[in-house]
Design a protein around this ligand. Structure first.
Ligand code: D41
Length: 680
């Protein structure tokens, strides 16, 4: 490039960098390595530093931000930025469709079923972008719809927002769209803010707003904002498309990011279906939505319909139930979990949020309460997104009542367990404080029993919350083993327990005696041992005595078992009390088929009694599943190939074990051949 004039080289660099950035950020499809992009970008910066007069408004170097501004200037919108009216129900949606159709009919336009465009409604900030001769010259916030703020410098830092358009674009183009922060960029920002000891943001919308209205665009550049275009406000020197969906297609061709979930539908029924579909996807989308927007697709019809005050008649927002609401903290209580973990929980004045009435919200742990400084009497923002446990996001400090303002009103974790009075301990480096009472603590006992009886553990049907409370309070049940000593007569004396229910419960308890080793291990409630780990341990050790006597080193041999889990398992079995309870359970008749011994039915199969080695990647089932199936058929599964190996199952990219099998002349099964043996 050295024989080019600086302005020619700069123009070429700008072209290349725009193209690559579009491929990378908008299409998610990079065509050159990052290092090459960085090299070109550095060259651009060097040249621009050398020839500042050659720097242009559309230079990709604008993405890093410029000098801070003294203030944000006001911008008059040539075309006002309208607001949207809302509907909140299917009835209101139907009314919108009827209103639109009737209005058009009155104007002599025959419409049977209207075509609408449905798009997600981003929970961000509306902005307007002005392009002259294909170059972004001004960007503004919505403000009051008539006047907004000039945030051009900040908008230029958004990677997906085009700084210049292809030569085919009109000479003047004003685009409307939404600036937002993706959920994962928001989470990352808050993690960083926390690490720097700076204030965290309440939600992605606030983070986006704070970032866009910065005076220092270098700050905005670090904040990873996103942009989606949803409309054209002005167009000169080109042809305006005829429908909204065509306009979006056109914008996409000019390089603007357009939401992929836009669809055209017919009539009110189509709108309702699209609404439900997008609402279902809501939690799995990378951005936050607060509803969907319905727009009459045909621009000519839009024009006919016009506006009422500041909102169009041709469009409406259908809001989702809010995921955040304000309410008051009536108390902060401490819940004691199965492992003694103390969780502060805010008892709230009932509030409808995320589609349900919420009365409690988790405060996670002591540090979280102190960081958010939640106090009894505070007005707080509660959030319930999807099926996630409701949480307190932040306190509205301005509304803190006087009584809560004293320093003494600050939350303090009790020094003793509120249930059993044992000392509370919090190990260094741990966020979680625990009750040291163990099974002396009735709260831990209750939780341990509920866990033991859970569907995926011992599966004792009918042993729920209330019953466990009673059994523990009456001191009939201290450990899971005591469950197997309960009698029908005894149970029938409990309040609200009919004879039949007592029978059913006894039967369910008796039935649970026949279980499997993985379920049993999971049911024990060993710290850090979930369902998957319990299964891995069972498959590896194949018997309870083998596992009980395993050392940390032996435990570390199990796939997916690390030092923390290994230590938890060791600690659990080292506790004499735990061994005692296990012995009692076995005496009571809890049993399972031996994992290592072949089932009678399987012994006839081709693999029974054979030693099999699995290698490479299997595609139809996981390595563990394959192993489990083999064990169930009475095969032994070994980790390495030797003369004693009967078969090697080779998945994709099998390596040295396959080589060794070949050299020893051991039969090798493909995945398909292996599957055939499994099903026969
Ligand atoms: O996603 C959005 N937040 C969104 C906002 C959208 N998809 N479409 C919109 N369309 C309009 C009209 C129909 C008036 C052009 C809007 C908005 N307006 C809007 N955003 C903020 C105020 C109005």
């Amino acid at each position: 490039m050295s024989d080019l004039l600086p302005q020619q080289e700069l123009a070429a660099l700008r072209d290349q960098l725009h193209r690559y950035a579009y491929q990378y950020y908008v299409l998610d499809n990079p065509t050159i390595p990052d290092s090459e992009y960085d090299r070109l970008f550095q060259r651009l910066l060097t040249l621009e530093a050398e020839y500042p007069e050659l720097k242009t408004a559309d230079s990709p170097s604008m993405r890093v931000g410029g000098a801070p501004l003294p203030e944000l200037k006001a911008v008059e919108h040539a075309v006002p930025m309208l607001s949207l009216n809302n509907v909140f129900s299917q009835t209101e949606l139907d009314a919108f469709d009827v209103r639109v159709s009737t209005l058009l009919q009155k104007q002599g336009i025959a419409v049977s079923t209207l075509t609408y465009c449905v798009e997600p409604k981003f929970d961000g900030l509306a902005v307007s972008l002005l392009y002259q001769n294909g170059v972004l010259v001004q960007g503004a916030t919505r403000g009051d719809g008539q006047r907004g703020e000039d945030v051009t410098e900040n908008l230029r830092t958004i990677r997906t927002l085009p700084l210049r358009l292809p030569a085919t674009a009109p000479t003047l183009l004003e685009v409307r769209g939404e600036v937002l922060m993706l959920k994962h960029d928001f989470a990352r920002l808050n993690t960083e803010q926390l690490a720097r000891g700076q204030k965290t943001f309440i939600n992605p919308r606030n983070a986006a707003a704070g970032s866009l209205r910065q005076l220092d665009s270098k700050m905005t550049a670090q904040r990873r904002l996103s942009f989606f275009a949803y409309g054209i406000a002005r167009l000169e020197g080109g042809t305006m498309p005829e429908t909204h969906d065509q306009a979006l297609q056109q914008l996409r061709q000019w390089g603007f990011p357009i939401c992929e979930h836009v669809q055209c539908v017919q009539g009110a029924a189509g709108l309702w279906q699209a609404y439900q579909q997008i609402e279902q996807q809501r939690d799995s989308l990378p951005y936050e939505l607060d509803g969907v927007v319905y727009k009459v697709n045909d621009f000519a019809l839009q024009q006919q319909l016009g506006f009422v005050s500041r909102a169009p008649r041709f469009a409406v927002a259908h809001k989702f139930p809010a995921q955040e609401a304000l309410t008051e903290v009536e108390a902060i209580e401490i819940q004691v979990g199965r492992t003694g973990a103390l969780t502060p929980v805010a008892r709230l004045k009932p509030v409808f949020v995320g589609g349900v009435t919420v009365t409690n919200a988790t405060l996670h742990n002591e540090d979280e309460v102190l960081r958010k400084d939640v106090r009894v009497g505070d007005t707080v923002i509660v959030r319930r997104a999807g099926d996630v446990i409701p949480e307190v996001v932040a306190v509205v400090l301005e509304r803190r009542p006087e009584a809560a303002q004293q320093d003494s009103a600050r939350f303090r974790l009790p020094a003793v367990c509120p249930v059993c009075g044992s000392h509370v301990v919090r190990e260094a480096q741990e966020a979680i404080a625990r009750c040291s009472g163990g099974l002396v603590c009735s709260a831990q006992r209750k939780q341990a029993l509920l866990h033991f009886a859970a569907r995926r553990a011992m599966d004792i049907e009918g042993l729920g919350d209330k019953l466990v409370d009673l059994l523990v309070e009456k001191d009939w049940v201290r450990t899971p083993a005591d469950l197997y000593q309960l009698t029908e007569e005894q149970l029938a004396t409990l309040p609200r327990m009919a004879e039949k229910s007592a029978q059913n419960l006894c039967a369910a308890i008796a039935k649970s005696k026949h279980t499997s080793l993985p379920r049993f291990l999971f049911a024990l409630g060993i710290r850090n041992v979930g369902e998957a780990t319990a299964r891995d341990l069972a498959l590896h050790f194949t018997s309870l005595p083998a596992l009980q006597n395993a050392t940390v080193d032996e435990l570390l041999q199990v796939s997916d078992v690390g030092p923390i889990v290994a230590q938890s398992v060791c600690d659990f079995f080292a506790e004499s009390h735990n061994r005692e309870v296990i012995a009692q359970l076995l005496t009571a008749g809890v049993q399972w088929p031996d994992c290592a011994a072949p089932e009678l039915s399987a012994s006839a199969s081709a693999l029974a009694g054979k030693t099999v080695v699995l290698t490479g990647t299997l595609t139809t089932l996981s390595r563990d599943e394959a192993k489990q199936r083999l064990l169930a058929m009475g095969a032994k599964v070994a980790g390495s190939v030797s003369k004693k190996t009967d078969y090697v199952v080779a998945g994709e990219a099998a390596g040295s074990k396959l080589d060794k099998a070949m050299s020893l002349g051991i039969p090798v099964l493909s995945e398909a051949e292996f599957l055939a043996l499994l099903v026969n």
